[in-house]
Write a protein of this length. Structure first.
Ligand SMILES: NC(=O)c1ccc[n+]([C@@H]2O[C@H](COP(=O)([O-])OP(=O)(O)OC[C@H]3O[C@@H](n4cnc5c(N)ncnc54)[C@H](O)[C@@H]3O)[C@@H](O)[C@H]2O)c1
Length: 371
C-alpha cells in the first residue's frame, strides 16, 4: 500500500541547502522504489528567514513543521549575523524549532566506516566494526535545571542538575526499544558514585530494564565510559545518558567516524521528529561545492528508520554510502594524501554516486522479489 509522507525541509544557510538537496534526491529515489508519496514543503529558517521575514523562525515555518510527519534540517548560521543579540541570530531559530517540536531523545550514531578507517585518529584495529547509537536525554538536566544564576558581585555561579523519574523512564524506553532492533545491549552512563541525580537515573533505568528481558543492561560511570569509548568502541551498542554527559560523549565518539561531514542525528519523542546532520553551516566552504553531503544523506536514512518504519530502505541508503566510499569517492574533507586511489568529488557528484548505487541496490532487490 502506498503511503503519503509530508516532510518539511528547512535547509537553512551556508552549506545547508547544498547538502539537503542531495538528501531529498535520495528520499525521492526511495519514494520511486516503495511507492511512498513524499510531499516536500520547503520553508525558511535561520539567516535566510531573517533576510526574508525578519525572524529566524517565522510562524509559517513553525506551522508547516508542526503539520508534517517529519522535519529535515540542513544547518543555520552565518558570519554576517554574528553581531546580533543571541535571541535574534539564526541559531535562535533552530533552538526555538527544537523546543516547539519537543523531542526529548537525541539520537546520534557513531559508526566506523571501513573505507574511512585511516581518517580516524584511532587505529583501525580499535575502531573496526564499531557501531554505537547514543540516546541522549535532551530536555532535562543541567542545561535546563532551575535555579541558575551568576552573581558577579559575590562571585558565585549556580546551575542545577535535575531529573524526574518520568523523564528518565521515557528516554530509557526509547533506548531499550532501539536496542531491541540492534544488538540488544544498553549501556547506561551516569556518575552514581557522586551524584544523587545519577542514583535516581540508575535506579530508574534498572527498573525499566525489567520490561525488556531480551536486552542486556550495564551501567558505566561517565569518566570510565569516556575511556572505554576510545579503547574498546566495539563493545558498545546503545549508549543511554543524560543531557550533559551525552553532549560530551557523543562528540568524543564522533572521532570514530573521522569527519564531521559524515555525522547524522535525529531528535525524537516530541510532536514531530527533527532530523539534522551534526555539522553547522560551514560558511568557509559554502558555495564552493566542497561540502560533504553524506551526513545529510545518512540523516535522511534516520528519518526513514525512525519516522516511517522503513528499516530496509534506511539500510539500503547506508549500504549505498558504504559502497561509494569503498569505490574511493571522497569529498575534500575525507580526502587523505596517503590514499592515492581516491577520487575527489564535489557535493553534487557525491550525491549522484550515492543515488546511482542506491538505484542499483533497488534494482537488485526488485529482481530478487520478481524471482
Ligand atoms: N545545527 C546547526 O545548524 C549548527 C551546528 C553547529 C554550528 N552551526 C553554525 O554554523 C556556523 C559555522 O560554525 P562552525 O564553523 O563552528 O561549525 P561547522 O560545523 O559549520 O564547521 C566546522 C568545520 O567543519 C567543516 N565542515 C562542516 N560540515 C562540513 C561538511 N558537510 N563537509 C565538509 N566540511 C564540513 C567546515 O568547513 C569547518 O571547517 C556558525 O554560525 C554556527 O553557529 C550551526
Amino acid at each position: 500500500m502506498s503511503k503519503e509522507m509530508k516532510v518539511t525541509i528547512v535547509a537553512g544557510d551556508g552549506i545547508g541547502p547544498e547538502v539537503t538537496r542531495e538528501a531529498v534526491q535520495i528520499l525521492e529515489a526511495i519514494g520511486q522504489w516503495n511507492g511512498t508519496r513524499f510531499q516536500f514543503v520547503e520553508m525558511p529558517i535561520g539567516g535566510v528567514a531573517i533576510r526574508q521575514h525578519g525572524s529566524p523562525l517565522p510562524a509559517s515555518t513553525l506551522d508547516a513543521a508542526l503539520d508534517s510527519d517529519a522535519v529535515l534540517l540542513g544547518a543555520v548560521g552565518g558570519n554576517e549575523f554574528n553581531l546580533l543579540p543571541p535571541d535574534k541570530r539564526p541559531e535562535a531559530g533552530l533552538l526555538q524549532l527544537r523546543q516547539a517540536l519537543g523531542g526529548f531523545a537525541n539520537l546520534r550514531p557513531s559508526v566506523a566506516y571501513a573505507p574511512l578507517s585511516n581518517n580516524s585518529p584511532l587505529r583501525p584495529e580499535v575502531t573496526d566494526g564499531a557501531n554505537i547509537l547514543f540516546v541522549r536525554e535532551l530536555l532535562g538536566g543541567l542545561y535546563f535545571g532551575e535555579p541558575r544564576s551568576w552573581n558577579r558581585e559575590s562571585g558565585v555561579a549556580l546551575n542545577t542538575m535535575r531529573y524526574t523519574r518520568d523523564e528518565v523512564v521515557r528516554v530509557a524506553r526509547i533506548a531499550f526499544e532501539l536496542a531491541q532492533k540492534r544488538r540488544r545491549k544498553v549501556t547506561s552512563v551516569d556518575k552514581a558514585n557522586v551524584l544523587e541525580v545519577s542514583q535516581l537515573w540508575r535506579a530508574t533505568v534498572t527498573e525499566v530494564s525489567a520490561d525488556y528481558p531480551d536486552v542486556t543492561l550495564d551501567h558505566q560511570y561517565v569518566d570510565a565510559c569516556a575511556m572505554h569509548l576510545m579503547n574498546t568502541p566495539r563493545n558498545f551498542d546503545v549508549v543511554l545518558t543524560e543531557n550533559l554527559f551525552g553532549d560530551i560523549l557523543s562528540d568524543e565518539a564522533a572521532v570514530i567516524t573521522g569527519s564531521l561531514g559524515m555525522l547524522p542525528s535525529g531528535t525524537i519523542g516530541g510532536k514531530v521528529n527533527l532530523y539534522e546532520p551534526v555539522h553547522g553551516s560551514a560558511p568557509d566552504i559554502a558555495g564552493t561545492g566542497k561540502a560533504n553531503p553524506l551526513g545529510a544523506i545518512l540523516t535522511a536514512a534516520m528519518l526513514l528508520r525512525h519516522s516511517a518504519d522503513m528499516e530496509q530502505e534506511a539500510q539500503a541508503i547506508e549500504t549505498a554510502v558504504q559502497r561509494v566510499l569503498a569505490n574511493g569517492y571522497r569529498t575534500a574533507d575525507l580526502a587523505r594524501i596517503s590514499q592515492p586511489d581516491q577520487q575527489i568529488v564535489s557535493t553534487r557528484e557525491m550525491g549522484k554516486h550515492v543515488f546511482e548505487i542506491l538505484n542499483e541496490i533497488i534494482d537488485c532487490n526488485q529482481a530478487m522479489h520478481a524471482v
